[in-house]
Design a protein around this ligand. Structure first.
Ligand SMILES: Cc1cc2nc3c(=O)[nH]c(=O)nc-3n(C[C@H](O)[C@H](O)[C@H](O)COP(=O)(O)OP(=O)(O)OC[C@H]3O[C@@H](n4cnc5c(N)ncnc54)[C@H](O)[C@@H]3O)c2cc1C
Ligand code: HEM
Length: 383
């Protein structure tokens, strides 16, 4: 298998844009109408998920130590869709047909055998992980909403009780499905470390025009049912590290970092932790009251709130209404950089892609080695 040839081939095909995904799914469903029901009814906007993931996979085909865990997680995660071994050759055939179609004269026998070998390997790793996982874990968890707190018109905190323990590491996420949006699975990060009663909190922000987040934020109440897939994600605490911890959260990117903070707080001797929590406006700092309480209780924790846009906002709580309340102004990455140095820290960053990108740039510029900065890489592969 020639990694460079595969990368060049994928790049050439990807240039053709949306047509590639459209061709792929049409080919798949025309040849295998029975597979159509496994996918959401409306597929616009997410049609390219599978193909984009393939792009990510191809880009790492010569870095198996990173790629294999990603594929194992993907394989385990596919159990919730009801995917079994016999489905894989159908997807493989449509993928090959798509690549062949868009490659034109660049398609050769060698390229075809490279792609066949790559897909066979990917499918094998995914399926083996799924089979192994099936021995110990359900394909999904049923959950019931036990509490909803509306923090702002577009942000809610939901507490969900799974029907059986959901084993996860703080920092991870699960895909959620709500009954009114069947097969529209969306990822949300658990915002707490595992509890004895197994309940999990999710911080959800409404994305304008999205199918699922408005239902969760505005239309969900205690008693409602959801389904959850297997926990995923690599934004987890490096337990072996002796270094202090820097957490940088933009908006609901706070959720996984709050879970990590809770995990740190259970240590006999916690490291020093700086948590930067940023939003556009003050009332976007939807969890600041709780964070302020934590900072009061933990001498090793410093919380720095930051707003990037307007100085005012709707003033949601008395804490936020007070005048000079320690809230920094500026882009979160600049605020973090101002408060450095961070070169002795492990950093964990979560939030909108642009904010994450700028923060990583600033931190590396300030001497934090890239391998000490953890992000949500699974998410990157899909967005
Ligand atoms: C690993 C992972 C963890 C996540 N954790 C959380 C979480 O804890 N809380 C949370 O609120 N969301 C989280 N998300 C985002 C979440 O999965 C949904 O995408 C989001 O709730 C919107 O869902 P939707 O169905 O309404 O719209 P979608 O169909 O998902 O998105 C509609 C459009 O909005 C864009 N979009 C999606 N999310 C955002 C965003 N945050 N900001 C700007 N544009 C966006 C999409 O690219 C798309 O174009 C996470 C995503 C991933 C991959
Ligand atoms: C190389 C093999 C495959 C890769 C890389 C891959 C990748 C992906 C990715 C990244 C997603 C999005 C996950 C999410 O949002 O939760 C996805 C979703 C999905 N995949 Fe796969 N997949 C593969 C094989 C298959 C096969 C064989 C099937 C069988 C039909 C399948 C069916 C689905 C379905 C039904 C979804 C959910 C629908 C959606 O949200 O788009 N996948 N796949």
């Amino acid at each position: 298998m020639d990694a460079q040839r595969l990368k060049a081939s994928f790049a050439q095909v990807a240039e053709k844009g949306d047509a590639v995904a459209l061709f792929f799914y049409s080919d798949l469903f025309v040849r295998n109408p029975h597979l159509r029901d496994m996918f959401p009814i409306g597929m616009s906007g997410q049609r390219d998920k599978l193909l984009r993931a393939l792009g990510h996979i191809v880009s790492q085909v010569d870095d198996l130590s990173n790629l294999v865990p990603f594929l194992q997680q993907l394989g385990r995660d596919h159990r919730r869709f009801g995917i079994v071994a016999e489905h894989y050759p159908h997807v493989g055939a449509s993928l090959l047909a798509t690549l062949r179609h868009f490659s034109g004269t660049a398609w050769t026998d060698d390229l075809e055998s490279d792609w066949t070998a790559a897909y066979t390997l990917v499918a094998k790793v995914m399926l083996e992980a799924a089979d192994e996982n099936a021995l110990t874990s359900p394909a999904w968890w049923n959950g019931q909403v036990v509490a909803v707190e509306r923090r702002r018109f577009d942000i809610s905190v939901l507490r969900i009780q799974p029907d059986r323990p959901l084993p996860y590491a703080p920092g991870q996420s699960v895909a959620l499905e709500v009954p009114s949006r069947l097969r529209h699975w969306r990822y949300y990060s658990m915002a707490n470390a595992p509890r004895p009663d197994h309940t999990v909190d999710f911080h959800v922000r409404l994305v304008d025009g999205g199918p699922v987040s408005p239902v969760l934020v505005r239309g969900t109440q205690a008693g409602d049912r959801v389904r959850m897939g297997a926990p995923i994600g690599t934004l987890t605490l490096d337990e072996s590290s002796p270094r202090d911890v820097l957490l940088v959260a933009g908006s609901t990117g706070l959720a996984p970092l709050k879970a990590i903070l809770e995990q740190v707080s259970r240590r006999a001797v916690p490291p020093r932790v700086h948590l930067f929590f940023g939003a556009r406006s003050r009332d976007g700092l939807y969890d600041l009251e709780d964070l302020a309480k934590l900072a009061d209780g933990f001498p090793w924790l410093t919380v720095v709130p930051a707003v990037s846009d307007e100085p005012g906002g709707h003033g949601f709580s008395s804490l936020l209404q007070s005048g000079d309340d320690g809230i920094e102004h500026g882009n979160l990455s600049d605020v973090v950089a101002r408060r450095g140095p961070w070169d002795g820290h492990d950093a964990y960053v979560c939030g909108p892609a642009v904010m994450v990108g700028h923060t990583v740039e600033q931190l590396t510029r300030l001497g934090v080695p890239r391998d000490r900065i953890r992000l949500e890489t699974f998410a990157d592969a899909q967005r």
